[in-house]
Design a binder for this molecule. Structure first.
Ligand SMILES: [Zn+2]
Ligand SMILES: [Zn+2]
Ligand SMILES: [Zn+2]
Length: 338
């Protein structure tokens, strides 16, 4: 009985617990046994029982992503060459001015799309800046406000920095890990990613219009088998639509190789345009709201800044007059409204 009473006393009396802040190294007295606490001096959050949810990432995964990106670039070059081969006889047949004009447009779109894609894919997504931590006099009050500790990189992690398991590093202002560029989208390459989306959507719109125009010119004549039609009703409209569709399929058998490439270009460009257009719209909405995809997933409603078009200008490094900041566009990093 005496032992039981003693145990009871031990479990009910709450005693101050001593713990060390990883941010400034100060020893703190905690009133409760909560595993997570925030330092009153530097503001760093310490989690003494982190969840062990990290799986071992295979060393070949980044290489696999890089290979996929290279295959994608080769595929894009292949499609560009095929498009030029299929479209240009029609474009130059109109007149030489039309040929030169479309050559310049094609060149600009190809260079912009491929260069922005390569920069987004091969540039480091955003290494967090080195900051002082762990020593009390050096770390000043509030220096590490809401920072947590990344135990994979053994470094402090700001609230908008996330650890990517595939890239095996912390990414500053991480938006998401994109498998199509085999890289994270973060502070350093988010603009290139956006530039690629804008350029790719414009390019696919251009390709779909041009392939439809060229296809119209080289498509074999349609042969209809209309029976005598009189009056107009819904049934008749459906029959006419079916007849046109069947005539298109019938004449498609007579298409040349150029015609088949044009059909492929048209269908592919429309599909890619819809997919990338939706992604671009989603990205612009997040930037307008001053957040990233990951902060959107973890947002609790009150930690998001005001929705403002200035967020989009700020993102592209042009807070006020665009011309004044143009030279700094490629050198500076993106800025969200915190
Ligand atoms: Zn501290
Ligand atoms: Zn990390
Ligand atoms: Zn990543």
């Amino acid at each position: 009985m005496a032992d039981l009473a003693k145990d009871h006393l031990i479990t009910t009396v709450s005693e101050d617990r001593e713990a060390t802040c990883w941010g400034c190294g100060l020893r703190l007295l905690l009133p409760s046994s909560a595993p997570i606490f925030k330092c009153g001096w530097c503001g760093a959050i310490t989690n003494q029982n982190p969840r062990d949810c990290e799986r071992k990432c295979s060393w070949w995964r980044p290489w696999r992503d890089r290979c996929f990106v290279c295959i994608l670039i080769v595929y894009m070059l292949f499609v560009i060459c095929g498009g030029v081969w299929a479209l240009y006889p029609v474009v130059f047949s109109v007149n030489s001015f039309s040929g030169i004009f479309h050559s310049i447009i094609t060149m600009i779109l190809c260079v912009t799309t491929l260069s922005s894609f390569s920069l987004a894919a091969f540039q480091c997504a955003g290494k967090p800046p080195n900051i002082q931590w762990g020593i009390y006099p050096v770390v000043r009050k509030g220096d590490l406000e809401d920072y947590t500790f990344c135990r994979y990189c053994s470094k402090p992690k700001s609230p908008r920095t996330h650890h990517c398991r595939t890239c095996r590093m912390c990414i500053w202002d991480m938006d998401h890990h994109c498998p199509f560029i085999g890289n994270c989208v973060g502070a350093a390459n988010h603009r290139y990613f956006l530039l690629f989306l804008i350029s790719a959507v414009i390019s696919t719109i251009y390709v779909s219009i041009m392939s439809a125009y060229a296809g119209w010119h080289i498509w074999p004549p349609l042969t209809y088998r209309f029976s005598r039609l009189s009056g107009f009703n819904r049934d008749m409209a459906f029959r006419v639509a079916m007849e046109v569709f069947v005539a298109l399929l019938r004449s498609a058998v007579l298409l040349s190789a150029r015609g088949l490439v044009l059909v492929y270009l048209f269908v592919t460009s429309i599909s890619v345009q819809v997919g990338l257009g939706l992604l671009l719209w989603q990205q612009l909405c997040y930037i307008y709201e001053g957040k990233t995809y990951l902060s959107h997933l973890s947002s609790r409603g009150n930690d998001v800044g005001p929705k403002d078009c200035q967020n989009i200008f700020r993102f592209f490094g042009c807070p006020y007059p665009i011309s004044r900041y143009m030279p700094n566009f490629l050198r500076s990093r993106k800025r969200h409204n915190w």
